[in-house]
Design a protein around this ligand. Structure first.
Ligand code: FES
Length: 69
């Protein structure tokens, strides 16, 4: 079986979020609460500074480069 990477399910954006493909996928936050993805492509925060955790709200763009994920 050959895997296709044309449209990977998970993409780590350098200095930014993790993109997760697909609706209804579970994402567990730091408190153990499970959130389900709601969009065809979902941005999951990796810097932990979003005001909408576990989702990325763009706050990572305000961080100095050495503080970005
Ligand atoms: S990665 Fe975007 S706000 Fe944290």
């Amino acid at each position: 079986m050959t895997a296709s990477f044309d449209h990977p399910d998970v993409v780590l954006c350098p200095g930014g979020p993790m993109l997760l493909r697909g609706r209804g996928r579970p994402v567990e936050d730091a408190d153990g609460e499970v959130h389900l993805t709601r969009r065809p492509v979902n941005a999951v925060c990796r810097c932990r500074r979003s005001q909408d955790l576990p989702w990325c709200d763009g706050t990572h763009k305000l961080l100095p480069p050495d503080k970005r994920p």
